[in-house]
Design a protein around this ligand. Structure first.
Ligand SMILES: Cc1cc2nc3c(=O)[nH]c(=O)nc-3n(C[C@H](O)[C@H](O)[C@H](O)COP(=O)(O)O)c2cc1C
Length: 272
């Protein structure tokens, strides 16, 4: 367990941790002092007790240091809503990249953003892989085309590969990096598969938005995840085991878009 107690010297018995924790880790003792109970149904380390405590009195073990910075009580002040909407509207999936690797400091920022994505039950079961070897990306491209030739509109894998070769097209758009999100175990239960897929979508989106804010481009490549289940060679090339639930290309865009694009209105019930 990573939340291990309360620093009694610091605790002001404000009871905020009791109200915040849905799992009964905190209660009031007979003397009116807040108690830490480690007999509850299991902490998922959501960290709300840490976040809410005015005295920083929650004791932890094996967790990284809680970084303190001003403004976490009003996150809306970090971004301007109109600017955020403009940013989201201007973000495009990038399919043309410069032949230039992204420096490690920026790659780390993209991963750092994905670290803060929410996940069902705070499971954070995802793992990541970055592929930056062009030969490996080429091999992946071929193996994925082999199992997706019909989807791509070809009669056979050979025909698809021949077309891609002669037209100079690639599934990964010659991006210098491919970021893959995977799980070590293959989920069998449909509910869990759905939740893991949700987690993957959110986490990768966090990474793609961070990349956009750094002047980088990304494109989710949906064919990767589907192909993995049908061609085990792909896992071998990636050097991983388990289940892939998302992947995106990453690099410097070789294109600048001049305007936002139209989108159909949402169909929303109940918003009168
Ligand atoms: C789950 C998912 C899978 C996608 N798979 C691919 C893909 O395999 N190849 C590709 O070029 N774009 C892919 N895209 C990008 C979409 O085509 C793109 O988001 C959509 O056309 C809207 O364009 P925009 O992202 O530039 O606004 C995928 C996007 C998502 C969310």
């Amino acid at each position: 367990m990573s939340i291990i107690g309360i620093d009694k010297e610091k605790c002001s018995n404000c009871n905020q941790c009791i109200q915040e924790c849905g799992r009964g880790y905190f209660s009031v003792g007979e003397d009116g002092q807040v108690l830490f109970n480690d007999n509850s149904i299991g902490c998922n380390i959501c960290g709300h007790c840490i976040a809410i405590c005015p005295e920083d009195a929650i004791e932890t073990k094996n967790l990284d240091n809680v970084e303190s910075y001003s403004g976490t009580d009003s996150p809306e002040n970090f971004v301007d809503s109109d600017k955020l909407l403009k940013f989201l509207r201007a973000k495009r999936s990038i399919r043309r990249y410069k032949n230039k690797k992204v420096p490690k400091e920026l790659l780390e920022k993209v991963f750092e953003a994905m670290r803060y994505a929410p996940s069902a039950g705070n499971a954070r079961a995802w793992r990541y892989l970055i592929v930056s070897d062009p030969e490996k990306i080429k091999k992946l491209d071929e193996e994925i085309i082999k199992v997706n030739y019909e989807y791509l509109g070809f009669q056979s894998a050979e025909q698809a590969l021949e077309y891609m070769k002669s037209s100079g097209r690639t599934l990964f758009y010659d991006a210098p990096h491919l970021i893959v999100l995977y799980y070590r175990t293959v989920e069998k239960h449909t509910v869990m598969v759905g939740l893991r897929a949700n987690d993957a979508g959110i986490a990768l989106t966090y990474g793609m938005l961070e990349a956009e804010s750094l002047g980088l481009g990304t494109c989710w490549i949906g064919m990767v995840q589907g192909a993995v289940a049908r061609n085990k060679e792909i896992l071998k090339i990636l050097g991983i085991k388990g289940m892939v639930l998302g992947a995106f290309t990453l690099g410097y865009p070789a294109v600048k878009y001049r305007r936002a694009v139209p989108r159909p209105p949402l169909k929303i019930k109940g918003l009168d």
